[in-house]
Write a protein that binds this ligand. Structure first.
Ligand code: PLP
Length: 708
């Protein structure tokens, strides 16, 4: 399917829908989303919210009816006008402040979480990259994205009755993906050769429209490639080190060549995490070919490179054995006019120089601006990487902090909540989302209105979870206990905690189970019960993570917990939305200081779902004493599990539960709603994608663009 094919299928009067369907702009504008939903809600759900698929499979009668329906056409005209004004319009923040720059910023990332209809993300890193592109689009920042498209996406999680996570692989049917193949000059699909491979490897290129921004995704699944090579981009984060190296060569070096083939000459290279860092080699190579020495070229390239590190956890960094590097790079050293050791030493980690080529160390050495993703993570990253700058004091290592943010128009519930914001904050709150004054208006929403909207979201969430549990009961004949563990006994009137994140030891999903008796008392209290919704995948190779999933699921099956623990399968971007809109309190208790930032709590807070979180990552900056609850601020040596669990139980018993259940005559818990409002007011502006994107522009991109 292409946009042209889809256009030709539509009645003349509503042909613009094809353009809209192929631009994710629709996904963060409520009225644009509405225009697809209202066409046929059943088809909309069946297509899994993919407008390309929906329009391609809708009956011609249905489309014709819409094209003749005056109410539909009024909406259509309005949406298309906005689309033209915002996607093609020139009145952007960036343009009005800084004018035009012919050379864009090239943003490289191994994953992008834009929407469930394009599953090329695994988790937080990808969602952040997606939110970043959307925020840049809103602001008119001239960015192009580069990444990979995976033929199997990330794994789908299905739990067995014994709680073991099965990783179900799904082959993506590309027919209706909201992406378009990039064509070469003669109209044939563009094919670009990636360096280093013998036999050669080629990539095809797909373009994704994200508002004003183009994202180019590469794919090795081509006839021209050997069978083994076709699978390079099969799966996100392959566990095999060689396959991983091959992916990263394609991502970084192939990516630079694709931009060259498209005649895009970037002014800045932004590496989102270490995976795409080989791009730097290819940029150096370009200059060496034009006559620079290796050192000159490396200096020039790094002067235009920005690197963002996302985790202090060692498993988040790729380290490739030198022997593996030699196998792929042996003849490239000469092309860079450098000797082997000069090149490979760029990737040695001062912490463990013999371990291999460390992508984070490499990216840190070869970039001009480097940043961590929260203030605390900045301190930690400077401490970890200080040995790279032996003549500086450790705390002066040149790694700055730009705290993550989330794309508010994507994460704030699009119908009733955004409508309330339109009314209370003024219709232009999206444009002014990073100004604290914008959010003062939250007080104009009556407590009872905010409360009831939120409770309705919870009812919807619980209904969705129950439908999923019902499907598995019906299809797989699970035991009653398993159906209950999947959420069949959830009750929307009960105080609901949400814990949804990757299942891996440092996130400590078991912390609440430290004192079983105390937890049971909390959950089964007759007057003031609590329920907990868990969700999250373990990486397919993370056995410890899979055991965590299993243990939580098995507890959820236990009658002692009275059906008040649910584990919802297959955490993804859509489920994340339902959860942050619908649970009452967002729980986070990782082992400090390992949470670099965390972003799901920001999404929750902006929807009026307060955080109950350990003081780590973004929450150290976000918590203000009135917008949620915090614990675990004191550094502790040794095992801190018991102390943290105790602090968590105390806050629940003494503060969260009383404020939730304390109802006034109007049956609204005003003190709890006060915390909800403070949560929106204090978190939305400071942790908005717009604030984040502006910081990257003003602190990093502009100094490079202006040669400062
Ligand atoms: C936001 C999000 C994440 C990241 O959240 P953390 O708080 O960093 O764990 C992961 N997965 C999905 C699907 C998300 O939406």
């Amino acid at each position: 399917m292409s946009e042209l094919d889809l256009t030709l299928r539509l009645p003349e009067r509503i042909r613009g829908l094809a353009k809209l369907a192929y631009n994710f702009f629709w996904s963060w504008r409520p009225e644009a989303r509405h225009i697809f939903r209202t066409l046929d809600i059943r088809l909309w759900r069946e297509s899994r919210h993919n407008p390309v698929k929906m329009l391609a499979t809708a009956s011609l009668e249905l489309l014709q009816q819409a094209a003749e329906d005056p109410a539909y056409l009024r909406l259509y005209d309005l949406v298309m006008l906005r689309y033209e004004a915002e996607v093609a319009g020139e009145g952007t923040w960036f343009r009005s402040k800084y004018g035009t720059f012919p050379a864009p910023i090239a943003y490289f990332s191994a994953e992008y979480g834009l929407h469930i209809s394009l599953p090329v993300y695994a988790g937080g890193l990808g969602i952040l990259a997606g939110d970043f592109l959307k925020s840049c689009s809103d602001l008119g920042v001239p960015v192009v994205g580069v990444g990979l498209i995976y033929s199997q996406g990330y794994v789908r999680q299905r739990l067995r009755e014994d709680g073991w996570q099965e990783d179900v692989e799904e082959i993506m049917d590309r027919t209706y993906d909201p992406i378009q193949q990039v064509l070469g000059e003669e109209g044939q699909p563009l094919v670009v050769q990636v360096p280093l491979f013998d036999p050669p490897v080629y990539v095809g290129v797909w373009k994704v429209a994200v508002g004003r921004i183009s994202l180019y995704l590469m794919d090795t699944n081509l006839e021209a490639n050997q069978p083994w090579d076709r699978g390079i981009t099969q799966r996100l984060y392959a566990s095999d080190p060689e396959l991983r190296l091959r992916q990263e060569i394609v991502l970084g070096m192939g990516g630079v060549r694709v931009l060259r083939a498209l005649k895009i000459v970037p002014s800045v290279l932004h590496l989102n995490e270490g995976h795409p860092a080989f791009a730097v080699f290819e940029r150096i190579h370009e200059r060496v070919k034009r006559g620079s020495s290796f050192q000159e070229a490396a200096d020039q390239v790094s002067a235009g490179t920005v690197f963002t590190t996302h985790t202090p956890v060692a498993a988040g960094t790729d380290v490739f054995p030198f022997s593996l590097m030699d196998r792929y790079f042996h003849s490239y050293f000469r092309e860079l006019s450098a000797d082997r050791d000069t090149v490979l030493n760029l990737g040695t980690s001062p912490v463990d120089p013999g371990a291999g080529f460390n992508m984070t160390a490499f990216a840190l050495r070869l970039s001009h601006f480097r940043n961590a993703v929260s203030k605390r993570h900045g301190e930690i990253a400077r401490r970890i990487w200080a040995p790279l700058w032996p003549d500086r004091k450790p705390e002066e290592a040149p790694i700055e902090a730009i705290t993550n943010g989330v794309h508010l128009p994507s994460w704030i519930e699009p119908t009733r909540m955004q409508e309330q914001f339109d009314r209370a904050l003024g219709p232009d709150w999206r444009d002014k989302q990073d100004q604290p004054e914008t959010w003062e208006g939250v007080d104009r929403i009556p407590d009872a209105v905010l409360w009831h909207i939120h409770q309705d979201f919870k009812v919807t969430l619980v209904a969705r979870i129950m439908e999923r549990a019902r499907k598995r009961w019906h299809r797989d004949r699970l035991s009653g206990a398993s159906v209950i563990a999947l959420g069949a006994m959830l009750n929307p009137e009960v105080l609901t905690l949400g814990f949804a994140r990757r299942f891996t030891p440092y996130k400590r999903p078991e912390l609440l189970f430290t004192d079983m008796e105390r937890l049971k008392r909390l959950l089964t209290n007759q007057r003031y019960p609590v329920q907990i919704i868990f969700s999250g995948k373990a990486h397919p190779a993370d056995l410890e993570g899979k055991h965590l999933v299993q243990r939580v699921f098995r507890w959820a099956q236990e009658a002692e917990f009275a059906g008040r623990i649910a584990f919802v399968e297959n955490y993804d971007q859509q489920l994340a939305k339902y959860l942050v809109h619908g649970v009452d309190v967002w729980l986070n208790n990782p082992l400090p200081p390992l949470e670099a930032s965390g972003t799901s709590g920001m999404k929750a807070a902006a929807n009026g779902t307060p955080n109950l979180s350990i003081l780590d990552g973004w929450w150290i900056e976000g918590y203000n004493g009135a917008n949620g609850w915090a614990f675990g601020g004191e550094p502790k040596e040794g095992d801190r599990t018991a102390a943290d669990a105790n602090a968590l139980y105390n806050i629940l018993e003494d503060q969260v539960i009383p404020s939730y259940y304390e109802r006034s005559e109007d049956e609204v818990p005003h003190s709890f709603v006060g915390i909800m409002k403070e949560s929106i007011r204090s978190v939305a502006p400071r942790f908005s994608g717009q604030r984040m994107a502006k910081e990257y522009v003003e602190r990093f991109y502009l100094p490079i663009l202006l040669g400062k």
